[in-house]
Design a protein around this ligand. Structure first.
Ligand SMILES: [Mg+2]
Ligand SMILES: [Zn+2]
Length: 190
């Protein structure tokens, strides 16, 4: 008898600018503003059987703008908001590093800062994920480059805060997570 382990499919989510309003180095839970349509989009993705994993660069820790404890409070608050809406986020991976940071031991060049792939690789191992059936939704070139590096289909939520490198092309540009979720569900049902 052959035992076959079914691999999981996952939507990897950038945090700032995708789930909550990007205010730049968000430090306090009170600063969390969930973007329109996010709750419904996450519900639909969950119902479609996707794991939901947040992957976020948080170099504010290396730069001394906030502590890792502050980040944990923000993430607990974020999860609480989603839990209240019956959405279970499977995990949050964050990179606290920056090579030009001032705070030890975070001021290093690392393998986890997007577009490096360590957060994705760790997720794959921990959750037995099939990357060919998985997606990434971000709002910056670094997110899209991460998707390319990891072999994920990518969605870029348009954001007027950033200019996009024409050489880093997402599979889809979308207005918001809701539009990305709709496309993901459509294309993964083919
Ligand atoms: Mg972002
Ligand atoms: Zn890192």
């Amino acid at each position: 008898m052959i035992l076959e382990t079914k691999k999981n499919k996952c939507v990897f989510l950038d945090r700032d600018g995708v789930l909550n309003k990007d205010i730049g180095y968000l430090k306090f839970p009170e600063q969390l503003i969930i973007l329109p349509g996010v709750i419904e989009a996450l519900k639909k993705l969950k119902e479609a059987g996707f794991l939901l994993i947040i992957v976020t660069n948080q170099s504010g820790i290396a730069k001394g703008f906030f502590y890792e404890d502050d980040l944990k409070k923000v993430h607990n608050a974020l999860l609480e908001i989603f839990n209240k809406n019956n959405i279970y986020i499977d995990d949050i991976f964050y990179c606290p590093h920056h090579v030009e940071g001032t705070v030890e031991p975070y001021n290093i060049s690392c393998d986890c800062r997007k577009p490096n792939t360590k957060m994705i690789k760790n997720s794959v191992i921990k959750y037995n994920i099939d990357l060919s059936k998985s997606y990434l939704v971000g709002d910056k070139d670094t997110d899209i480059q991460l998707a390319i590096n990891a072999g994920l289909k990518s969605f870029c939520v348009k954001n007027d805060m950033y200019e996009y490198d024409k050489n880093v092309v997402p599979d889809y540009f979308v207005e918001d997570l809701a539009e990305a979720a709709e496309i993901i569900i459509n294309i993964s049902n083919i």
